[in-house]
Design a protein around this ligand. Structure first.
Ligand code: BES
Ligand code: ZN
Ligand code: ZN
Length: 500
């Protein structure tokens, strides 16, 4: 864990930490102060650096270690690569370099870490933004899901203090800590398995977030869902011994004129229902609540940042299980807005609960903008892989905005085509629409998207399919294994930019 991230305007040479990190691009030159400091502690540091063939390339790193007084003292050199065609360094390379430095700090078990912050202009960014991102990434890099490991052994957790050197962005850093705290909290929700993280458990956690942040919390189950005619949620929840919970968290800004609704898929476990998944495809389906978890995380941050815009988070939580009471293939259900749907595949359950949630959001909150987030289709993961969420929207400006924000905060989205031509893919012989999409239309992510489009009538709206990015992202050292917290950083920045 990192106890805190602080900043100082002093250069790294004036700060005495046990691990000191220097981020260096390919054309780096060491300053005289730095050389002098290195000369104090190492014999012929430049020869050592050369011997390690450190050139500042992306992925390069060397640690030189010595003892100062009676404490180990380490200097880590990490490469930032070279400037791209736009004359700037790649910021994602910095995120990775930072991630690897935090991992080194943990491995070396040091208590204090100084990061020599590179000049923000090198990335074409503002200093405060770089400092905030560094804070978030540092915290994200420390996350591990080990709550259930060695529970009988006393734990001596690693705890370090990080100092960003050469910057003075205290407010941005504090905000970064708030964001990172929520990201890591909801990664834990996503990682917690379904025998523990039941719909009831998730609703209780949402209540805690509401109580901590002064948000309005509501939660209802089967009785109210029956009254409202939420045929989708009722159909998916029918097969589970765990009662489903429909949670809302409301943040109201006193002077706001605009409302944003964030809607997340909260399937605590997806067996597929009677359209049962094969065993290997079912492993990992505890992550099917990642969308709703992201909504809770975003609401936690929004409660603390208090932007001038109303935000409501909607999180339907249910399990998708096969059972005597479960829905069947061919069943016809009626959603809350009167649209009927033929269940062709009980494994396409996410759109069933989201359809009712979107209709509910429109009816009760009249949002100006609505964004839903869901681990909706395996096909999206195959189409885009693990680094970009799929985005579907009819709103070009919203698409552009989300794309830009995604790149900026490192929570990336890529727009998929969404023309009317996909609509017929979910035609049904027996109902208004069918939930799985016709085979010969392929386009799995868009079949989910056009289904949801039936439930949005007046808000500007985007659908995010995070099936590929919510967990198990390879090769990104600050994410590690398990849940990534995808969506929280994107939502927070989106809400901030849409505040008046
Ligand atoms: N939760 C899954 C999607 C998923 C698959 C997420 C793999 C992450 C990894 C979703 O409910 C589902 O099963 N979708 C089906 C839809 C199909 C039946 C139309 C799918 O992707 O196969
Ligand atoms: Zn499913
Ligand atoms: Zn699912």
């Amino acid at each position: 864990m990192i106890s805190c991230v602080g900043s100082t305007q002093s250069a790294i040479t004036e700060v005495s930490s046990n691990l000191n990190v220097l981020f260096l691009a390919e054309d780096f030159v060491l300053s005289n102060e730095l050389k002098a400091k290195l000369n104090e502690c190492f014999e012929k540091p430049e020869i050592l650096l050369n011997a390690h063939k450190f050139t500042g390339k992306k992925g390069d790193s060397v640690i030189l270690s010595t003892v100062c007084g009676d404490k180990p003292w380490h200097v880590k050199f990490v490469g930032l690569g070279k400037k791209n065609g736009h004359g700037v360094l790649d910021f994602e390379t910095f995120r990775q370099a930072l991630g690897s430095s935090i991992k080194s700090a943990k491995r070396l078990n040091v208590e204090t870490v100084s990061l020599a912050m590179p000049d923000a202009a090198l990335f074409g960014m503002k200093s405060a933004d770089v400092a905030q991102q560094a804070t978030i990434i540092a915290h994200m890099a420390t996350y591990v899901f080990d709550d259930f490991k060695d529970i009988k052994k006393p734990k001596t957790p690693w705890n370090a203090k990080i100092t960003l050197c050469g910057v003075s962005d205290a407010a941005a850093i504090t905000e970064g800590e708030v964001i990172a705290g929520a990201v890591n909290r909801i990664r834990r929700y996503a990682d917690t398995p379904a025998n523990i993280a039941t719909p009831t458990y998730m609703a209780e956690e949402a209540k805690k977030i509401a109580d901590e942040g002064g948000l309005k919390y509501t939660c209802f189950g089967k009785d109210r869902a029956l009254e409202l005619g939420m045929g989708g949620l009722l159909a998916v929840g029918a097969g589970s011994a765990q009662p489903f919970k429909f949670v809302t968290l409301e943040y109201t800004a006193p002077k706001a004129t605009k409302t944003i609704a964030l809607v997340g898929k909260g399937i605590t476990f997806d067996t597929g229902g009677v359209s049962l998944k094969p065993a290997n495809a079912m492993t990992g389906m505890k992550y099917d609540k990642s969308g709703a978890s992201a909504v809770l995380g975003a609401m936690q941050v929004i409660a603390k940042l208090k932007p001038n815009v109303n935000v409501v988070g909607l999180a339907p939580f249910t399990e998708n299980m096969p059972d005597g009471a479960a829905s069947r293939q061919d069943d016809i259900i009626t959603h809350m807005n009167g649209v009927t749907s033929e269940i062709e595949n009980t494994d396409a359950e996410g759109r069933l609960i989201l359809a009712d949630a979107l209709a509910y959001a429109e009816q009760f909150f009249k949002p100006d903008i609505m964004i839903d987030i869901a681990t909706l289709t395996g096909a999206c993961m195959h189409a885009l892989g693990t680094f970009y969420a799929g985005m579907m929207t009819d709103d070009d400006a919203l698409a552009e905005e989300l794309y830009e924000i995604g790149k900026f905060v490192g929570d990336k989205v890529w727009r998929l085509p969404f023309d009317e031509v996909y609509n017929d893919g979910i035609k049904s012989e027996t109902a208004d629409i069918n939930n799985s999409g016709k085979r010969n239309y392929y386009a799995g992510p868009m079949m989910g998207g056009v289904y949801l489009r039936h439930f949005v009538k007046s808000a500007r709206w985007a659908h995010l399919d995070i099936a590929g990015v919510a967990d198990g992202v390879p090769g990104v050292n600050y994410l590690g294994n398990g849940a990534t917290g995808a969506g929280v950083r994107l939502f927070v920045e989106f809400v901030k930019r849409n505040a008046a």
